[in-house]
Design a protein around this ligand. Sequence first.
Ligand SMILES: [Zn+2]
Length: 274
Amino acid sequence: MAKKDPSELTVEEKLRTLFQLQTTLSAIDEKRAIRGELPLEVKDLEDEIEGLKTRYEKIEREIDEFQRAISQKKGEITDAEQSLERYKKQLDEVKNNREYDTLSKEIEFQELEIQLCEKKIKEAQIKVEEKGKELEYTQQTIEDHETALAEKRTELSEIVSETKEEEAKLKEKATELESKIEERLLTSFKRIRKGARNGLGIVYVQRDACGGCFNKIPPQRQLDIKMHKKIIVCEYCGRILIDPELAGVKSEVKEEKPKRKRTIRKKKTEGEEA
Ligand SMILES: [Zn+2]
């Protein structure tokens, strides 16, 4: 088939080509979005691992503190035992009741001191054990996350090369379609697309509304769109409008029902309020 001069195309052909171009460009946008999101997932995992490592170090420090407390208490016990031994020897040489009482009280005090230290040691040992388990659990979680991260990175590089390949093919298709569209129309289409948040320069009519901004289209305008005789833009958002049939989009009969229900319910509420 000989290539036609773009300006000789019918409005119908122009619209159809433009819509195909839109579909292709949207597919490119999607590939780029996929590539944009994956690094974020990787970053999230990296941040989580970083947080876990900080926690691991904190637990290690806590264990150290408890162990230091244990050795300190052990030292105190040794001191108390030495005093105890000394007092017990002195007890054999007491000269009066007053001295005996004083020494007995000292012995009693040292014995209590030892008991207290032993209790503290036991408590700290329990803490060390608990923290040890926490440490082990944190280490395991870090390892799991690191495995997930490695997988995610592999997945990322695969997707990047895959989507880049697909994108290149789509770009080729887009260039070919662009060559079929007259310069002026293409320029304004690109301008509309650039200004649109979802990257749509041409949209089909959906439930009597613009498929881009969802504002209702007046019946006469809808008829004009169905005629395919001239290029019509949405009066609210400026996007080019196309008849779904011409765009090759199946009409959404199934989707109509819930919508109507919603409208009825809304009207009821309004009536009740009035
Ligand atoms: Zn619109």
